[in-house]
Write a protein that binds this ligand. Structure first.
Ligand code: ZN
Length: 150
């Protein structure tokens, strides 16, 4: 009986991953506790564009608890995150015109929602990508991986 339950949970899990991967529009939430609600995002290689909707479910203002959604190659993540912190609030804590930034939303505060749509043509199926918040200090916790699934 227990094994049947496990099989059913695995099937539900597989199905939800499949649905997630098939969606070319995905929503991720952030909060006042320095958290994204997802550690992993997966997109289908069939998506020519991806739209990421970022919701900030907290209450703190953008200058205190600002969040954005930035995507880079995992190899570039640390350097871009650190350069972002140095770029300051007027630049949205992102190095200006940095080609290592694959996509980035605007920085938002509690109660706000933003989105970014970008072409996936630069993403390789075998690639290793990291999404994070570039507000100073947040990237240590607010990060996750993005994968492309066939
Ligand atoms: Zn943040």
């Amino acid at each position: 009986m227990k094994s049947i339950k496990i099989v059913i949970s695995i099937l539900i899990l597989l199905q939800s991953n499949y649905l997630l991967a098939e969606s070319c529009e995905q929503t991720i939430e952030s909060n006042d506790m320095l958290q994204f609600n997802l550690k992993e995002m997966a997109i289908s290689s069939n998506c020519s564009k991806l739209t990421v909707i970022l919701k900030h479910t907290g209450q703190l203002p953008v200058n205190i608890m600002g969040h954005n959604w930035v995507l880079t190659d995992t190899n570039d993540f640390m350097a871009v995150a650190q350069a972002g912190g140095a770029a300051g609030p007027a630049a949205g804590y992102l190095p200006e015109g940095d080609s290592r930034v694959i996509a980035a939303s605007s920085m938002i505060g509690g109660g706000e929602t933003t989105s970014v749509t970008f072409s996936t043509s630069g993403l390789a199926a075998s690639g290793d990508y990291t999404f994070f918040c570039s507000f100073p200090g947040h990237y240590a916790i607010m990060k996750g991986s993005l994968k492309i699934i066939d």
